[in-house]
Design a protein around this ligand. Structure first.
Ligand SMILES: CC(C)(COP(=O)(O)OP(=O)(O)OC[C@H]1O[C@@H](n2cnc3c(N)ncnc32)[C@H](O)[C@@H]1OP(=O)(O)O)[C@@H](O)C(=O)NCCC(=O)NCCS
Length: 186
C-alpha cells in the first residue's frame, strides 16, 4: 500500500470577502464560508486520494466570530485521518483584516470525504504517513471523533424508532409551545 505524507495534500484557499457575500446584517453569509470549506475539503481529499471525493458528512460548524466584508479569508485543510475509503479533513478558517493585519480564527471544522471510483462506489484510499507528533495527535483525535459520530448516528436512528409521542407529550409542558391539533394521528 502507498503511504503519502500529510504535508503533500495540505491545501489553502484564500478569498476576499466582497459586498455580494454580505447578509442583511452586513456580515458575510455563513453559507459562503461553508461553500469555501467544502471546496478546500474536496481539493485536499482528492489530492491525497487521487480519486474523485464526495462529502459524506460535516462535523458541527460553530462560528466563533463573524466574518466582515473586506476581510481576506483563508481556509487551511489537512488530512487528519484515513479509513478504508473515507478521509477526515480538518479545516481551520481564519479572517485577515487587511488594513490592521489582525487575524482572527473564525472556526475549525471536520469534513468526512469518501473517495469514489469510476463506478461511483467507495474505493480505497492510500495510507497516511505520520511524520510529526501533531500528525499522530490529529489521527488519534479523528479516530475518537469517528467513534463518537458512529454512536451519534446510531442514537439518532434509535431516537426515531423509539419515539412514543403520546407518552412524551407531558415533556412539552415546560417548553415554549402550545398544542392545538388540527389533524388525527396517522
Ligand atoms: C458517501 C457515500 C459514497 C457512501 O457510500 P456507501 O455505499 O454508503 O458507503 P459505505 O457504507 O460502504 O461506506 C464507505 C465509507 O464512507 C463512510 N461513510 C458513509 N456514510 C458516512 C457518513 N454519513 N458520515 C461519515 N462517514 C460515512 C463509511 O464510514 C465508510 O468509511 P471507510 O471506508 O473509511 O470505513 C454515499 O453515501 C454517497 O454518495 N453520498 C452522497 C455524497 C454526496 O453527493 N455529497 C455531496 C452532497 S451535495
Amino acid at each position: 500500500m502507498d503511504y503519502f505524507p500529510v504535508e503533500a495534500s495540505q491545501t489553502t484557499i484564500t478569498e476576499l470577502m466582497i459586498p455580494a457575500y454580505a447578509n442583511f446584517g452586513g456580515k458575510v453569509h455563513g453559507g459562503v464560508i461553508l461553500s469555501l470549506m467544502d471546496k478546500v475539503a474536496y481539493a485536499c481529499a482528492t489530492k491525497h486520494a487521487r480519486h474523485y471525493c464526495v462529502t459524506a458528512s460535516v462535523d458541527t460548524v460553530d462560528f466563533r466570530s463573524p466574518v466582515e466584508v473586506g476581510e481576506l479569508v483563508s481556509l487551511h485543510a489537512s488530512v487528519n485521518y484515513v479509513g478504508n475509503s473515507s478521509l477526515e479533513i480538518g479545516i481551520r478558517t481564519e479572517a485577515l483584516n487587511i488594513r490592521s493585519g489582525r487575524i482572527k480564527h473564525t472556526n475549525t471544522s471536520y469534513f468526512t470525504m469518501v473517495a469514489v471510483g469510476e463506478d461511483g462506489k467507495p474505493t480505497p484510499v492510500p495510507g497516511l504517513l505520520l511524520q510529526r507528533h501533531e500528525d499522530i495527535r490529529r489521527f488519534l483525535e479523528a479516530m475518537r471523533r469517528r467513534g463518537l459520530a458512529r454512536r451519534y448516528r446510531q442514537d439518532q436512528q434509535n431516537l426515531k424508532t423509539a419515539l412514543e409521542i403520546a407518552q412524551e407529550i407531558p415533556l412539552l409542558q415546560s417548553e415554549k409551545c402550545r398544542i392545538a391539533l388540527t389533524d388525527h394521528p396517522s
